[in-house]
Ligand binder design. Structure first.
Ligand code: ATP
Length: 200
């Protein structure tokens, strides 16, 4: 689905990722771990195409349609959840109220709430961000610390969502220090000193 060959990235002459080689197959559920500042977010940004690698090649299968939650999600703060999800929908796709409602129900969010996003709690914003990453049936989902701000019930809801996406054959990559202990990952990768290695 995605293939990285000798991908490198440095910031201010410090190498964060060094000659990374990685094959991500369709339908894999992958966790990326590593110490603070090791380059997890950098790798996700490169995979999402929002950051350019300095060197190396990345190839994507033709049907690759990426959804992502990376760092702090931005919204139109004075507008409602529904307005924001409609706004974030890709222009070439027809907005599906039913799909958004399904994911909102799963996360106990009210899609018809008139409350402006700026009044949402951190956890509610995180759920809204996760919903936008899956609402268009994206088949590759990149999630950076997705359980940040989620309470225990919401973490269970998140686990259920990942299970469902996995059953649907989606390719999912999650960077997480914690909060994902109940998820059965196919692979766990660790970034260490600029290199990536399989942990299991
Ligand atoms: N835009 C940038 N400009 C300069 N340095 C950057 C930039 N983005 C990331 N870095 C640096 O690259 C390194 C890797 O950052 P990254 O955010 O990828 O780490 P991380 O593994 O996601 O960390 P954490 O677990 O704390 O979220 C850090 O040293 C960081 O300071």
């Amino acid at each position: 689905m995605i293939c990285l060959k000798n991908v490198s990235k440095e910031f201010n002459k410090t190498k964060v990722l060094s000659d990374i080689n990685l094959n991500i197959d369709e339908g894999q559920l992958i966790r990326i771990v590593g110490n603070n500042g090791c380059g997890k977010t950098t790798l996700l940004k490169i995979l999402a195409g929002i950051l350019k690698a300095d060197d190396g090649d990345i190839t994507y299968s033709e049907d690759c349609n990426i959804g992502a939650v990376i760092e702090n999600p931005s919204f139109i703060e004075n507008e409602s959840l529904l307005y924001n999800l409609k706004f974030l929908y890709n222009l070439k796709n027809k907005f599906s109220y039913d799909i958004c409602e399904k994911y909102c129900d799963l996360f106990s969010l009210d899609l018809n709430s008139k409350i402006a996003i700026k009044k949402y709690s951190l956890g509610m914003r995180q759920k809204a961000a996760i919903i936008q990453s899956v609402m268009e049936n994206q088949n590759v989902i990149l999630l950076d610390e997705p359980t940040r701000g989620l309470d225990n019930d919401s973490m269970n809801q998140f686990d259920n969502l990942i299970k469902e996406l996995k059953q649907e054959g989606k390719t999912i990559i999650i960077c997480a220090h914690d909060g994902v202990e109940n998820i059965a990952f196919d692979r766990v990768l660790e970034i260490k000193k600029g290199k990536i290695e399989e942990k299991c």
